[in-house]
Design a protein around this ligand. Structure first.
Ligand SMILES: Nc1ncnc2c1ncn2[C@@H]1O[C@H](COP(=O)(O)OP(=O)(O)O)[C@@H](O)[C@H]1O
Ligand SMILES: CC(C)(COP(=O)(O)O)[C@@H](O)C(=O)NCCC(=O)O
Ligand SMILES: [K+]
Length: 259
């Protein structure tokens, strides 16, 4: 079985792929101090809880946090007796290399989203991922990542408001009933909810105007469905897009004979 690991700046997600489907998806906070032994205790306990035997033979890993890669490598080596394929490293081949300025290190999560979205939908896409940052990835007609947009993440924006202003509390993002808030929390929620909808719509409209072909928009990340309650932002919402992309890249490397 293939273990797919998607490590973002906030959360690290493990998904077990049996070649046909994901058997389970487990989430833990990203922490570069967590050791291989700690990962294994957490992983094996939850696998036992889900009654899934731990039979990992292969692993692919994408991490936006370079420091966590070491301990995840040790996890694979020590407990699964395999070497993980690490997206973004030279030994990990991509179906299409990104076309960006020389020396640019594209976030591996964005390369993975690109591969996953192209595999499902073909090219000419905008992938919007609501993570720690909100990223927009432009996928060309041939499946290459050709650039995009990085905006502050939803929770980051709320947290920044709370930290910078003494009278503003910590609030969770949600859809407010009205645009005009009549209390502090409602005002903040409106600013973030409707502000983000304006951000996503405005950026996608401008990308479409700059791009020379019709495009489809794919939303992913836990907050995509929340924002789609306010406006028709996406042609599709796919929560498993990053995990799917990891299986696509892993299969591609197998097909190329490098694994
Ligand atoms: N369904 C959801 N509802 C509310 N907040 C969410 C939801 N899904 C994720 N989040 C929040 O969005 C932020 C980014 O989460 P995540 O997608 O795991 O980011 P990353 O991939 O950068 O680690 C986190 O603060 C997380 O708590
Ligand atoms: C933009 C990101 C911080 C998003 O990371 P995430 O929200 O998934 O934790 C990550 O993709 C990254 O570190 N990118 C490097 C710069 C780039 O993609 O151009
Ligand atoms: K992400």
């Amino acid at each position: 079985m293939l273990l797919c690991i998607d490590c973002g700046n906030t959360n690290t997600v493990f998904s077990v792929w049996d070649g046909t489907r994901f058997l389970c998806t487990l989430r833990t906070a990203t922490d570069h101090q967590r050791t291989a032994d700690q990962y294994f205790v957490w992983f094996s306990t939850l696998m036992a809880h889900h009654k899934i035997p731990v039979e990992i033979t292969e692993c692919i890993l994408s991490s936006t946090v370079p420091r966590v890669v070491f301990n995840l490598r040790v996890l694979c080596d020590r407990y699964f007796d395999c070497r993980p394929l690490v997206v973004g490293k030279p030994e990990c081949l991509l179906p299409r290399p990104p076309r960006v300025d020389e020396g640019t290190q594209v976030g591996p999560d964005r390369l993975v989203n690109t591969a996953g979205a192209y595999n499902r939908h073909g090219g000419d896409l905008i992938v919007v991922d609501f993570g720690t940052a909100t990223t927009f990835d432009v996928v060309a007609h041939d499946g290459a990542y050709v650039g995009g947009i990085i905006a502050p993440g939803v929770n980051l924006s709320l947290e920044a408001l709370h930290r910078a202003a003494a009278a503003l509390p910590h609030v969770d993002v949600s859809k407010p009933q009205r645009v005009i808030g009549t209390n502090t929390v409602a005002c903040m929620q409106s600013g973030v909810f409707w502000g983000y909808i304006g951000l996503v719509r405005g950026i996608c409209d401008r990308v479409r105007a700059e791009y020379d072909r019709p495009m489809r928009i794919i939303g992913t990340g836990g907050l995509a469905s929340l924002f789609s309650q306010g406006d028709v932002l996406f042609d599709r919402i796919e929560d498993d897009l990053t995990m799917h992309g990891l299986t696509v890249i892993h299969q591609y490397n197998k097909d190329q004979g490098t694994l």
